[in-house]
Design a binder for this molecule. Structure first.
Ligand code: S3P
Length: 178
């Protein structure tokens, strides 16, 4: 039986806030891959990208995804690019139902802009952020869809309501124990 939930989806789809609420409601441990990567690297994500490059970041992401995928009873908030390396999803799927959070490009733009959730994503540093989001979304959508067991739209995000929707949907997953 699977006992964990892994949240995937584009930047700004609410993986962290929803994940925390979900973990609290389900009395499970909340873990965030981005935080584990920062701890391992000893520096914040923008510095990892700037000093070591995206490939180094992805290698750290593979390491932490592997580490957490062996644990039980967790809610795991993944970084938006976790789906880019299939090995991550293969490993996470051993104990996690994969929940794909979506939001419209416009909502994503608002959430990741200044005054949104407060940190500048290295991959969205572009003169035209809206275009960059569209481009990355187009490329990544098939990866998210392929990985997802369940899908929830967070565009009209009410954190508690999204968490409840997830709980109702995971209850219907056969090999998941709540
Ligand atoms: C990334 C998303 C970020 C972070 C890094 C790369 C991506 O996480 O892992 O900046 O490739 O989409 P969030 O999805 O939590 O913003």
């Amino acid at each position: 039986m699977k006992t964990s939930i892994a949240l995937i989806g584009f930047m700004g789809t609410g993986k962290t806030v929803v994940g925390k609420a979900l973990a609290w409601k389900l009395n499970r441990e909340f873990v965030e891959l981005d935080t584990l990567i920062e701890q391992k690297a000893g520096k914040p994500i923008p510095e990892i990208f700037q000093q070591d490059g995206e490939v180094a970041f992805r290698e750290l992401e593979i390491e932490v995804a592997k580490e957490v995928s062996g644990n039980k009873n967790q809610v795991i908030a993944c970084g938006g690019g976790v789906v880019l390396n299939k090995i991550n999803i293969d490993r996470l799927k051993k104990d996690s139902v994969i929940v794909y959070l979506t939001a419209s490009p416009q909502v994503i733009l608002e959430r990741v802009s200044d005054g949104g959730d407060g940190w500048e994503r290295p991959l969205l540093k572009a003169s035209n952020k809206a275009e960059k989001i569209q481009e990355l979304l187009r490329f990544r959508k098939p990866f998210y869809e392929q990985a997802a067991d369940i899908r929830v739209n967070t565009s009209k995000l009410d954190i508690g309501a999204v968490a409840e929707q997830i709980i109702n949907k995971v209850k219907q997953v056969e090999n998941f124990s709540l």
